[in-house]
Design a protein around this ligand. Structure first.
Ligand code: GLP
Length: 242
């Protein structure tokens, strides 16, 4: 695992966008799994700008969802579906056939999970997974204490996630369950990028990078990834010893 520290959020975002673009240039049929959330927002803005300016061909890329809030419809601005469509798919002209997202309204969530596992398998695995880190150390909705061997599953969201998640919604919203790729998918992805920005992530990144590797802090598992890179701005790195 490598740790890269950037002076600020802009430089970090620039680098994350460049990583995605260079992969797609090198492998036009790449399978990408890109997290939602506030952290990668600027990276995606830069990605879209650069990809369009440089006419990078995304027409053969496959996009896999990382996670979704169960019960939240796709037209709700707080859903991961809405985020991905507005920040990535629409501006890059990605076709529906290229995307594999969760139906969070499904009354058969186990089959939603199985479908996602099947798609990932059929596509030959994920080339690049880009994740953020929750305030409790979660990755996707792999909450503290999750079993590392899990693939796609439905997770009970812990109190921190239920509370912090309110920031994505216009009104107070019940967030009890999430559907998510598992840590096994994260570890099997050929390349993993983990982004964290801001002072508020400094403590959880200290735990993830300097505490024990444990699913009590799911983000710590990146230390075992054969091609994992943690990208931090100076604020998020401010509590690291090294
Ligand atoms: C959310 C999502 C994650 C995201 C993380 C960090 O709840 N489930 O996929 O990466 O928490 O979010 P943010 O980047 O907004 O801090």
């Amino acid at each position: 695992m490598a740790i890269k520290i950037f002076r600020d959020y802009e430089r970090l975002s620039q680098e994350a966008a460049d990583e995605i673009i260079s992969l797609v240039k090198h492998k036009p049929r790449a399978v990408l799994c890109l997290a939602t959330g506030d952290t990668p927002r600027l990276a995606y803005e830069i990605l879209v700008e650069k990809a369009n300016a440089e006419k990078v061909d995304f027409s053969a890329v496959t996009f896999i969802a990382l996670d979704e809030w169960v019960g939240i419809p796709p037209d709700n601005a707080g859903s991961c579906f809405f985020f991905l469509h507005n920040n990535i798919f629409k501006p890059l002209g990605i076709q529906a056939e290229q995307t594999h997202l969760f139906d969070a309204l499904s009354n058969d969530l186990p089959s939603e999970c199985a479908k996602m596992d099947f798609v990932i398998h059929k596509k030959g695995g994920i080339d690049l997974i880009l994740v953020g880190v929750g305030m409790n150390g979660h990755v996707g909705f792999n909450e503290p204490g999750v079993a590392a061997a899990l693939k796609t599953h439905v997770a009970e969201l812990d109190a921190t996630t239920q509370l912090v998640g309110q920031k994505y919604f216009n009104q107070s919203t019940a967030l009890k369950l999430g559907i998510t790729l598992g840590l096994d998918h994260f570890m099997q992805s050929r390349k993993a990028l983990m982004l964290a920005s801001g002072k508020k992530k400094a403590e959880v990144m200290r735990l993830a990078l300097e505490g024990p590797v444990t699913t009590a802090v799911p983000a710590s598992i990146i230390r075992k990834h054969p091609d994992g890179t943690v990208m931090l701005d100076e604020d998020a790195a401010s509590l690291l010893k090294a």
